[in-house]
Design a protein around this ligand. Structure first.
Ligand code: HEM
Length: 316
């Protein structure tokens, strides 16, 4: 394929991204570690329960959110490197939650940033390819800069994370579902919501200085200690949408999103560490949504289920 180096770094030179090419690019950026997820590779599977709040049915008729349910969940570090130290401030923290089972199941995948790093699939592929390691094992800083200059919104997520202190506990971190989901209430009213998962313990953070002495797996040690103490709970909130809110661009937040009205749907209590095989044998599938929560209509969401299935196939 003929292209200048600039064209390569700022676009995918006419080629359209697919879930498969994105998974390949995620693996390449991470240095192709075998048998692990293409993204959020380092993680711990846990179990617990979901308890609905009284107001949930005013937002969604979904049995996943309006009835008590068992929960399987996984806390994770972003990126495809299964050995990334928990002191790394640049990668995301993730939480995947399968609420309920069978036709009552909804998979809620959330991360500690309210925006994604790309607006379109082509832009996501360009972002990842610009960061592919060269022969020295490092990305080419000039390529990354050229891509960022041409695609400034792809830095929104990194800027958000960089502006906040380092997470000191998975149980003390706020996570967002990023996409706008149509929710159908028990009385048949439909509105857009965004999911926000807020720690009952409040925000637990570390200064960069304090983080220097922490072991590489300190978040996972902390998780085991807190679960043993019965101390890992989150409120699941619906942030209420308004007419005119952007629904197609996952690199931007809704206007005044932090000041929006929220409704508490319920509480997740994570009470046991599980064998990782219980999570690794399958995927948390963003497309698994019990009746009452619809699919977000943006382009990024549409590609996710296929990408997760391809990643599962590669790591089996
Ligand atoms: C708002 C956007 C996104 C969020 C919040 C998000 C969040 C997550 C989380 C929490 C996991 C860990 C799943 C687990 O614990 O098993 C994950 C895995 C993954 N994500 Fe995403 N993700 C997003 C967008 C995307 C997109 C657009 C793609 C590709 C098109 C993608 C590809 C993957 C892949 C391949 C995995 C590994 C799946 C597996 O092997 O099980 N993600 N993501």
């Amino acid at each position: 394929m003929m292209s200048t180096s600039h064209a390569q770094s700022s676009s995918t030179a006419g080629e359209h991204a697919t879930p498969a090419s994105i998974v390949d690019a995620l693996k390449t950026v991470a240095g192709n570690p075998p048998k692990v997820r293409a993204s959020f590779a380092k993680g711990q599977c846990v179990r617990g329960t979901y308890t609905p709040a009284a107001a949930a049915s005013g937002i969604t008729r979904s049995v996943s959110f309006t009835k008590p349910q068992p929960v399987r969940a996984r806390f994770s570090m972003g990126g495809g490197n299964p050995h990334v130290p928990d002191t790394n401030k640049l990668v995301l923290r993730g939480l995947s939650v399968a609420i309920g089972e069978g036709n009552q199941q909804t998979d809620l995948l959330v991360e500690n940033a309210p925006v994604h790093f790309a607006r379109t699939l082509d832009q996501m592929l360009g972002f990842l390819r610009a960061r592919a390691p060269g022969e020295d094992g490092k990305p080419d800083a000039a390529k990354v800069k050229a891509f960022s200059d041409a695609n400034p919104e792809t830095l929104n997520q990194a800027h958000f994370v960089a502006a906040r202190p380092l997470p000191g506990s998975f149980a003390g971190t706020t996570y967002w579902g990023v996409h706008a989901f149509p929710a159908m209430s028990a009385t048949g009213e439909t509105r857009l919501i965004k999911f926000k998962v807020v720690p009952a313990a409040g925000e637990i953070t570390l200064t960069d200085d304090a983080a220097k002495d922490r072991p590489a797996d300190f978040l996972f040690q902390d998780l085991r200690e807190r679960i043993a103490r019965g101390d890992v709970r989150f409120d699941v909130l619906a942030i209420l949408g308004k007419a005119g809110d952007p629904t197609q661009d996952v690199t931007v937040r809704w206007p005044d999103e932090d000041a929006r009205e929220t409704v508490k749907l319920g509480t997740i209590a994570l009470t046991a560490i599980d064998n990782n095989e219980a999570c690794d044998a399958t995927i948390f599938n963003p497309g698994t949504l019990a009746d009452g929560i619809g699919r977000p209509s943006d382009e990024i969401f549409a590609a996710r289920s296929a990408a997760y299935a391809i990643s599962l196939g590669k790591r089996r």
